[in-house]
Design a protein around this ligand. Sequence first.
Ligand SMILES: [Zn+2]
Length: 327
Amino acid sequence: MASNSWENVVGLGEEVGVGATVTAERVDARGVVRHAPCSPATFVGMTACYLAIDVGSEKLAAAIVGERAEVLVRDRVATPQRDVWAALARLAKRVLAAAPSAPVACGVGCVGPINPVERTVSPLHIPSLEGFALAAEFEAMLGLPAIVDSNAKTIAMAEAWCGAGVGLTDFVAVVMGPTVAGGVVSGGKLLEGRLGNAGNLGHIVVEADGRPCVCGGKGCLDAYAGGKAIEEETGRPPQRAPQSIIERTGIHVGRALLSLGAICDLRTAILGGPVALGFGEPLFAAIQAELDARSRLMFSSGFQLLPSGLGESGPLVGAAALARSLG
Ligand SMILES: [Zn+2]
């Protein structure tokens, strides 16, 4: 990884306080998100914009995102214990009320698993949304076309649109937050899989017969490198994890990437999410060392690791990329 690509990422692992915020962000020619105060001039000459919704196990976020991936308005709240749909509906209405113009479509990125055929979600850590028809509910409420997908896949779409994946045809976008997830772009197309859950590398086994995982398996990457798992193990937030945990996370992520890379014939991983960007350079170095030590075949050597080009706005820009795919 070139050091300059690391230094150019804005907002690494920043924790933004929960509550209403209104900011604007712009993506420059190198795919770097730039933050700027929101002003009326931001809206002059604006083309299409999208309503972007991010449903996470710890926070819900919504934004109006423009055609150049600029975040024009955004808001967020902590994910409540119950009545998550009611909280999402209020959040979407608040953001729409501040929108400079009417969005043309709504994209929803949600923690997996999802079922894009039935257009339902069943996020693992949000039981009140189990089997919930999120896209249909947003369409009925807003009168807009809506589409839902796993937030890791939407982030892969966004990296290809305006982030570190611009111009790349084969890569995996890895999102390290409370859980670990991923989305694969292969031959320039997002890999879907049978039920739309392809790329979910959080459940690749990295320790034989290791810790139990929420999926029913043992030794999954998510059971070691997910933010929730790290917090349970250390008794403190992931951003205060000791060096030994960062190095072990690097080894585990490297192992998972090597397995995925061998299956999908890809050599580039784009890493984002608050845990990855909060751990920063030491994590990237540990992953790269594992990749370099264990990828010596012709098609697997030279594995490249890049930090996300989307900064902390990845999930919202991803949801906008999904909305944009509706054409
Ligand atoms: Zn698992």
